[in-house]
Design a protein around this ligand. Structure first.
Ligand code: ADP
Ligand code: ADP
Ligand code: ZN
Length: 213
C-alpha cells in the first residue's frame, strides 16, 4: 500500500502518518525529517536545504526528488510506504509518477488532511518537536506527560526554527501557490480522499482508517 499525505504545513500529516505507519507496519517517509536530520548531522545536503527551509521556501525539486527516490528504493519500502510532505509541487508528483511507472507500481491513496489557515497558525505556534526521535507534540492539544520532555525518549523538546510566525505565514503562502494544486492532480487520478483535520487526533485517524479499509 502506497499512501501520500496532503495538507497545509501543520495540518497534522505527520501525526497521522506516524499512526498509519504503526498500524499497518509501513515506513513513514517525511522529507522534512530527512532534511532536518541532515542539518543536524551537518551534511552538504543539510546545509543546502537549511537556507531554503529557514525562509519557509521549498527546497528545489531536483534535490528533493533525488533524495526521495533514493529513500523509496530501500528494501523496507517494497511492501509500500507513507509519504508525508512529498510531493509538494506538480513537478515532484510527475517525477514520482514517472519512477512508479518504470517499476510498475501505483499510489493507492492520496489523503488530504483539510484544516483552514486560521487553525494552522495555532497548531504551528504550539508545535514542539523532539530533536532526537522526531516525535511531535502540541503545548495545548497534545501535551507531553512531563512538560517539555519527550514521552518516547526523554529528550528536551524544541521549537522548530521554521515555526516562527513570520516563516509560518510564508510557508502557508507557498502551500497555496505550489502544493494545493496537487489536490486536483490526484483527484483527476481518482485516488483523492479528504478528511476533516480539525477533529481531534483519534477522530481524524478513524476517518483515515475507514478510507484504507
Ligand atoms: P510541515 O510539517 O510543516 O509540513 P515539513 O517538515 O514537511 O513541514 O517540511 C519542512 C520544510 O522542509 C519545508 O518548509 C520545506 O522547506 C522543506 N521540504 C520538506 N519537504 C519538501 C518537499 N517535498 N519539497 C520541497 N521542500 C520540502
Ligand atoms: P504536519 O506534519 O502536517 O506539519 P503535525 O503532525 O506536525 O503537522 O501537526 C502540527 C501540530 O498540530 C503539532 O503540534 C501536532 O501535535 C498538532 N496536531 C496534530 N494533529 C492535531 C489534531 N487533530 N488536533 C490538534 N492538534 C493536532
Ligand atoms: Zn523523543
Amino acid at each position: 500500500m502506497r499512501i501520500i499525505m496532503l495538507g497545509a504545513p501543520g495540518a497534522g500529516k505527520g501525526t497521522q502518518a506516524e499512526k498509519i505507519a504503526e498500524k499497518y507496519g509501513l515506513p513513514h517517509i517525511s522529507t522534512g525529517d530527512i532534511f532536518r536530520r541532515n542539518i543536524k548531522e551537518g551534511t552538504a545536503l543539510g546545509k543546502e536545504a537549511k537556507s531554503y527551509m529557514d525562509e519557509g521556501k521549498l527546497v528545489p525539486d531536483e534535490l528533493t526528488v533525488r533524495l526521495l527516490l533514493d529513500r523509496t528504493a530501500a528494501d523496507d519500502c517494497k511492501k509500500g510506504y507513507i509519504l508525508d510532505g512529498f510531493p509538494r509541487t506538480i513537478p515532484q508528483a510527475e517525477a514520482l509518477d514517472t519512477e512508479l511507472k518504470k517499476l510498475g507500481e501505483i499510489i493507492d491513496y492520496a489523503i488530504d488532511v483539510e484544516v483552514p489557515d486560521e487553525n494552522i497558525i495555532k497548531r504551528m505556534s504550539g508545535r514542539r518537536a523532539c530533536p532526537k526521535c522526531g516525535a511531535t507534540y502540541h503545548t495545548e492539544f497534545i501535551p507531553p506527560k512531563k512538560e517539555n520532555i519527550c514521552d518516547e525518549c526523554g529528550e528536551a523538546l524544541i521549537i522548530r526554527d521554521d515555526d516562527k510566525p513570520e516563516t509560518v505565514a510564508n510557508r502557508l503562502k507557498v502551500y497555496h501557490e505550489q502544493t494545493q494544486p496537487l489536490i486536483d492532480y490526484y483527484d483527476k487520478k481518482n485516488i483523492l480522499h479528504t478528511v476533516d483535520g480539525t477533529q481531534d487526533v483519534q477522530d481524524v485517524f478513524k476517518a483515515v482508517t475507514s478510507i484504507l479499509e
